[in-house]
Design a protein around this ligand. Sequence first.
Ligand code: NAP
Ligand code: ZN
Length: 347
Amino acid sequence: MLTVNAYAAPSSDTPLEPVTITRRDVGPKDVLIEIRYAGICHSDIHTVREEWGPVKHPLVVGHEIVGLVAEVGSEVTKHAVGNRVGVGCLVNSCKECENCLAGEEQYCLNGNVGTYGSVDRDGTITQGGYSTHVVVDEDFVLRVPESLDFAAAAPLLCAGITTYSPLRHWGAGPGKRVAVVGMGGLGHMAVKLAHAMGAEVTVLSRSLSKKDDGLRLGADHYFATEDATTFEELKNSFDLIVNTVSAPIDLAAYLGLLRRNGTMVNVGAPAEPLPVTVFTLFRNRRSFAGSSIGGIRETQEMLDFCAEHNIVPDTELIDASYINEAWKRVLSSDVRYRFVIDAATFA
Ligand code: NAP
Ligand code: ZN
């Protein structure tokens, strides 16, 4: 076992603090990664605060991880020492159910192993990326293209794939009108990716305070949802709405913006239920859907797409000692647009 430095949440309502944790020995199919950078996702905060259900504390979160391969097991074929690699929200799955066989391990029918807070195959609880090292099954380790800025690439492992997957699934591309609700970590990636796919992109943010950024990132239009006329003006407009908001929203108002056969997909994950009136769906034969991260194959495809199109998140690099302050800023939507922790500062 390897003892490594990390930052853990001692409970649901106390600040994160430096700790040491152990990582398992490198098994035949495992890769030991020396973490270089770890992104801060709003899901880290929902999880620690037990907004989605009980959690075993102390917990190390973080599922936007990039680093260098430090050691490989005897049967590893996909990765070599020194390679730039990444790990997202998944570190294992059954590999044999129909969803795993389809490359959609995020929907593993036997329960996948999440990067943190999941029961691992040895019965321990997984601990995430706010740490200096992690040991992961080689099948769940991604290649990070050399051309991507390494620190900025970290959030691609969650914010990138979580927006890429629904944009691809629902055919974002030329001739499609895509709206992105909420311009935070996920939202700003949805704007960049949908634009690169060739869609006409509209941002629906609460105010116009980030309008210049939105247009710079690739949006064609930008509207404030605190202005009620927005919902009149944009009625029956969009083929696809990607909702990234971390809190409940007035679903009916947004569904009304879908044109015929349009879909609104929720990736934002508020704890509270979102009530839906079926008559809003009848009109224009609208769909309301959800989407969870993306499979390993698609995550690699997304990384390669970002390299090809020169896309990385807009990030603010921080030291570990700033994590608690960064979390406060995420909660007050004061993030432009993703915090990334320099893992050297966990030491
Ligand atoms: P984030 O950076 O905090 O962004 C959320 C955005 O939502 C904010 O920037 C803000 O945008 C808007 N917002 C926040 N509070 C709001 C409120 N009370 N009312 C209306 N709008 C509000 O969070 P994130 O890291 O992008 O994550 C977003 C959500 O996606 C979280 O719930 C997270 O858990 C979830 N998530 C889901 C998956 C998945 O697999 N489905 C994966 C990762 C994350 P404006 O300021 O522009 O209005
Ligand atoms: Zn995440």
